[in-house]
Design a protein around this ligand. Structure first.
Ligand code: ACO
Length: 433
């Protein structure tokens, strides 16, 4: 696939390096820097990996300047309008949209893997009632490997598929169990007659003492949110899954590492942080004060749900979710309308502010998603878990792509060493301290 070469010369030593340039299908090319060390004895330096492609991938494409997001080539706007989360899962995993029979078979397989081993379900009782649901989720996902030994051989494509279907099917059951444990309510078993999102709502909100009807508006809204969160190329949690998986660790352990990476407020934890921030701001009059805090480098306050490593234009997912807020908050009669109004005003004011304009800081996917989760009755501490449920398919697709690549190597970054040079050990009696 090499199309051109880049020549680099060190003016002092006169040494030269010829580096291969690989073109992508669309988007920027990458320079293969493996020859750099041989020629100059140097490594590249890119803290935060802002300019480093760690792999090649056929799954998702983002053009951050144009605000474009494609899954397997299909624009997110079209998938959001016309597809379903189950179909997007199939697409991400298999590379093509399914035929009707393929989709039915896939859905049946997912539906029949939703239950958790009873012993695993009892793990939740070991957690204190106020444990953060992300702590329970990452622990229980890692523990799946202790129960499902028939899907741990990463070199067997059939076992990889069993793992993929199983984790996508069980993650809503795990999320719901974490929620029920926090409430002190009995766990609710999955229902095979419901679709993926309706079943999740059933497991979240049913109680054994009275019937529960899933609201189709809520199920549709959740399905759309899940489509928008399903994958996002090499983000921090996906890269974590790839790195953990590259050691040959079992896939449940790799996904659990991804759940942990997602938890941080700079990544998936932002949806929870946005609602806390909106409540803290309280009213439009306070917006300038909080914008000043966000601009003040000596304060740790950032405008949550704003900014993105890749998007330097509108996050296309944020546009869709903002439009969705109008209909969902209207139809579900949410008490969150004043917070939505505040979010709209905050966005408007920030997007006219020189600080945010010059840094190309726009609302990201999670600026508005918490408002919708909240309107669905999902508590704030569960928002990032909902993100993890949706992103599981993305993690699995990337893990599977990496494992099935014969050229896979363990992920092992290098460093610029800035510590002490070599020195000799000093006996404790001779040390000055
Ligand atoms: N509020 C205030 N200033 C910001 C913000 C923000 N939300 N985001 C970035 N900046 C500023 C930085 O301080 C920096 O300013 P400087 O050039 O004067 O030093 C500049 O914008 C560039 O920001 P970086 O931190 O270099 O951007 P980076 O790509 O490393 O970080 C990130 C991206 C983590 C998303 C950041 O914008 C942020 O913390 N946003 C708030 C948290 C958030 O919403 N995270 C969700 C991201 S989407 C997702 O993961 C689902």
């Amino acid at each position: 696939m090499t199309q051109s070469k880049l020549e680099l010369a060190d003016p002092v030593s006169g040494k030269k390096a010829e580096l291969a340039v690989h073109p992508g299908t669309i988007g920027p090319s990458v320079v293969d820097i493996s020859g750099l060390n041989k020629a100059f004895g140097a490594f590249t330096y890119d803290p935060g990996y802002g300019f480093t492609a760690a792999c090649d991938s056929k799954i998702t494409y983002i053009d951050g300047d144009a605000g474009v997001l494609l899954h397997r080539g299909y624009p997110i706007e079209q998938l959001a309008e016309k597809s379903s989360f189950m179909e997007v899962c199939y697409l991400l995993l298999n590379g093509e949209l399914p035929g009707k029979a393929e989709l039915d078979t896939f859905k049946t397989s997912i539906t029949h893997h939703t239950m958790l081993n009873e012993s695993l379900l009892r793990f939740f009782n070991g957690f204190h009632h106020n444990a953060h649901p992300m702590a329970m989720t990452s622990a229980v996902v890692a523990s799946l490997s202790a129960f499902y030994h028939d899907s741990l051989n990463i070199h067997d494509p059939q076992q990889r598929e069993v793992f993929a279907h199983r984790i996508i099917a069980k993650i809503p059951t795990i999320a719901a169990a974490a929620h029920k444990h926090s409430l002190g309510q009995p766990f609710i078993y999955p229902r095979n007659d419901l679709d993926y999102c309706s079943n999740l709502l059933h497991m979240f909100f049913s109680v054994p003492c009275e019937p529960y009807e899933v609201d189709p508006v809520a199920a549709k809204a959740l399905d759309l949110l899940f489509i928008l969160h399903a994958d996002h190329e090499q983000n921090a949690s996906t890269s974590t899954v790839r790195l953990a998986g590259s050691t040959g660790a079992n896939p449940y352990a790799a996904i659990s590492a991804g759940v942990s990476a997602l938890w941080g407020p700079a990544h998936g934890g932002a949806n929870e942080a946005v609602l806390n921030m909106l409540e803290q701001i309280g009213s439009v009059q306070n917006v300038p004060k909080y914008l000043d805090m966000a601009k003040d480098k000596s304060s740790h306050f950032r405008l949550m749900g704003f900014g993105h490593r890749v998007y330097k234009n509108f996050d296309p997912r944020a546009k869709i979710i903002r439009a969705m807020c109008y209909t969902v908050l209207e139809k579900l009669g949410s008490t969150n309308k004043p917070l939505f109004e505040l979010a709209l005003r905050l966005e408007e004011i920030a997007l006219k502010d020189e600080y945010f304009v010059s840094r190309k800081l726009y609302p990201n996917v999670d600026f508005y998603s918490g408002l919708i989760y909240s309107a669905l009755g999902i508590p704030r501490s569960m928002f990032t878990v909902m993100f993890a449920v949706a992103r599981t398919v993305g993690w699995v697709s990337h893990w599977a792509e990496m494992i099935s690549d014969p050229a896979m190597r363990i992920g092992r970054p290098r460093q610029l060493y800035t510590g002490s040079p070599r020195r000799d050990y000093v006996e404790i009696a001779q040390r000055s301290r």
